[in-house]
Write a protein that binds this ligand. Structure first.
Ligand code: AMP
Length: 590
């Protein structure tokens, strides 16, 4: 394979002229971390000096780190929520930012069951684009010839809504793909996608995926890299192919387009692409009808050099499945970003998933780090973090978030020049995740309580529970283990009631979960597995036999350790699934 992951640093040694500027920029930023951070903070604070937020804390125009840190509190979303609500309701005064709020970005992190609303300003698009523009120059150092073909990327937009005050609210990638920065991007041979903009921008996930898959199949020989934002998205695409290959092959054979694709602009653009190609249709039929789908990615796209997907954090659970479908292709995790701010990139993108470290670019925002699990709240600057230590990330952005806790825990693994490189350790308080959904312990507890109400009339209660994100099949689904106390066995809850409990749990989970279930089909029906009485006591005995203290033992609310799962599964007496989809609309619940 034409992949060389041993090229020397510093970056730029082997760079072509075209990419040299981007690499030089990375070098400049990473050599001057502290001064860039100082400049960024000065810029943010001076332009926002007259905002209500900074005035509230009497910053009085100061732009130095010491005054900033002594006067401005570290906050969470919940602290900002009343001000965010004012903006959502139409208050246009400069609350957080001197620049007008252009829209809200809806994070996959939730607050009170709904996506968090992150105010953003128009110029942030430039910053996001700048970070994107650095990715291929870095990749070119490791993988030659990417300008000789295409990228098959499964990219999607989601539903947008408007706040009461008329601002758009949508996910950050939906905002980016709909921007001119993306739609009218100049031709770049290193960034040619098989998916037309019309297919990417189609809001219907089936139609979008169908058109993107068709294009990918038609251009199979030119495809040099296959990707999606997260690993779960790429696996969803493979699953889609498993279900729809016959219809796709039929369209390819005849040069037609499935009538299920009704979006006029998608139909219009596909008309130009579709031509009868019976030979290709035959090939696809031959490959896809085989029982064994091992290496399907390289069988269909034989020139693929790597997969471009994030497999760090919650996505690590998908690595074995992706290895199976790709025959062990390298998986490049190229960047680390969020709705609040794009953070940085991986300067060694062909490394093993377990070694991925992201270099935070000091020009993106002002970054602080709170040592994780340390009692002292001493905030450390980007340039001063220490190798081997874990920190919680805190950001101050151009859009006006000040000392905001992102909720990510990062570990410093090294430096590029003077810029620290971080391993993504985990997101705080996330128990279950299949794709972008993030369910925390309180949400799970709430859902259990809500479902338990259905058991009341059967004199039954849930005495213990735990959970597991089952991603062995696509789409993955939540599995909840229940131990029940049935007081009146003659009147025990029926199968139907327990199925309804599954649905009730789903209804109680946050809107990102329900959107994934309803609009994206990326999470399967929630499952309850009822276990024999005494199972959770056995679980405790097992933990104690392995050294847990009886006094401190707590039932783990989420499990992934194989022996524990085997124990639970061997005690299952019945399995129940949600019988239908929970409620979800793009509108927020309140
Ligand atoms: P959102 O605000 O919905 O875009 O989600 C952003 C969050 O996704 C981040 O704060 C991280 O928790 C997670 N995330 C983003 N990029 C990565 C990455 N490369 N590796 C692991 N987790 C990531």
């Amino acid at each position: 394979m034409a992949v060389d992951s041993t090229l020397p640093t510093p970056l730029g040694v082997l760079a072509s002229d075209k990419n040299a500027k981007a690499l030089q920029f990375i070098e400049e930023m990473t050599k001057n971390v502290n001064s860039v951070q100082q400049r960024v903070l000065r810029e943010i604070l001076s332009r926002n000096a007259d905002t209500e937020y900074l005035k509230r804390f009497n910053l009085n125009g100061a732009t130095d780190r010491e005054t900033f840190k002594s006067r401005i509190p570290v906050v969470t979303y919940e602290n900002l929520q009343p001000d965010i609500q004012r903006i959502a309701n139409g208050d246009k005064s400069p609350i957080f930012s001197a620049h007008p709020i252009s829209e809200f970005l809806t994070s996959s992190g939730t607050s009170a069951g709904e996506r968090k609303l992150m105010p953003t300003i128009h110029e942030e698009l430039d910053r996001r684009q700048l970070l994107y523009s650095l990715l291929m120059p870095v990749m070119n150092l490791y993988v030659p010839g990417l300008d000789k073909g295409n990228g098959l990327y499964f990219l999607f937009v989601k539903a947008s809504t408007k706040t009461p005050g008329g601002l758009l609210a949508r996910p950050v990638l939906t905002s980016y793909y709909n921007s001119d920065h993306f739609k009218t991007r100049p031709y770049d041979p290193f960034n040619v996608y098989t998916s037309p903009n019309e297919a990417i921008l189609c809001i219907d996930s089936f139609q979008s995926m169908y058109a993107q898959m068709l294009c990918g199949l038609i251009m199979r020989d030119e495809v040099l890299r296959v990707g999606a934002v997260f690993a779960s998205g790429l696996l969803r695409a493979i699953h889609f192919l498993q279900i729809n290959w016959k219809e796709l092959a039929h369209d390819i054979a005849n040069g037609t387009l499935n009538p299920k694709v009704t979006d006029a602009s998608v139909r219009e653009c596909m008309k130009k692409i579709m031509k009868p190609n019976p030979e290709l249709a035959e090939f696809i039929t031959r490959e896809c009808s085989k029982e064994d789908w091992e290496r399907i990615i390289v069988r269909i796209w034989p020139n693929t050099k790597y997969l471009d997907v994030i497999v760090t954090g919650a996505m690590a659970q998908y690595i074995p499945t992706l290895e199976y479908y790709s025959g062990g292709l390298p998986m490049a995790c190229t960047m680390y970003a969020s709705s609040e701010c794009y953070f940085g990139l991986n300067l060694n993108p062909m490394c093993k998933p377990s070694e991925v470290a992201y270099t935070i670019m000091p020009n993106m925002a002002y970054f602080e780090f709170l040592p994780h699990e340390s009692s002292a709240s001493c905030f450390v600057d980007l340039a001063d973090v220490e190798i081997g230590k874990e920190y919680e990330l805190i950001i101050t952005t151009y859009a006006g978030l000040c000392r905001y806790r992102v909720g990510d825990i990062l570990r410093v693994t090294g430096f590029h020049n003077l810029a620290p490189q971080f391993r993504f350790v985990r997101r705080k308080n996330v128990l279950l995740s299949i794709e972008s959904d993030k369910t925390d312990e309180a949400e799970l507890q709430n859902a259990i309580e809500s479902a338990s109400l259905l058991l009341k009339e059967f004199n039954t209660s849930v005495v213990e529970y735990t959970s597991y994100a089952d991603t062995k099949q696509i789409p993955g689904h939540y599995v909840i283990y229940w131990e029940l106390l049935v007081k009146d066995s003659v009147n025990a809850p029926t199968d139907d009631v327990l199925n309804q409990c599954c649905l009730q749990m789903e209804e109680s989970l946050n809107s990102v979960y329900r959107q994934s279930r309803v609009a994206d089909n990326s999470i399967g029906p929630l499952e309850i597995r009822v276990v024999q009485n005494g199972t959770f006591e056995e679980l405790m005995d097992y933990a104690i036999s392995r050294g847990a203290s009886i006094n401190q033992y707590k039932v783990p609310r989420c499990i992934s350790f194989t022996p524990i799962m085997e124990l639970l599964d061997s005690r299952v007496v019945s399995k129940h699934f949600s019988p239908c989809l929970p409620h979800w609309t793009p509108e927020r619940r309140g």
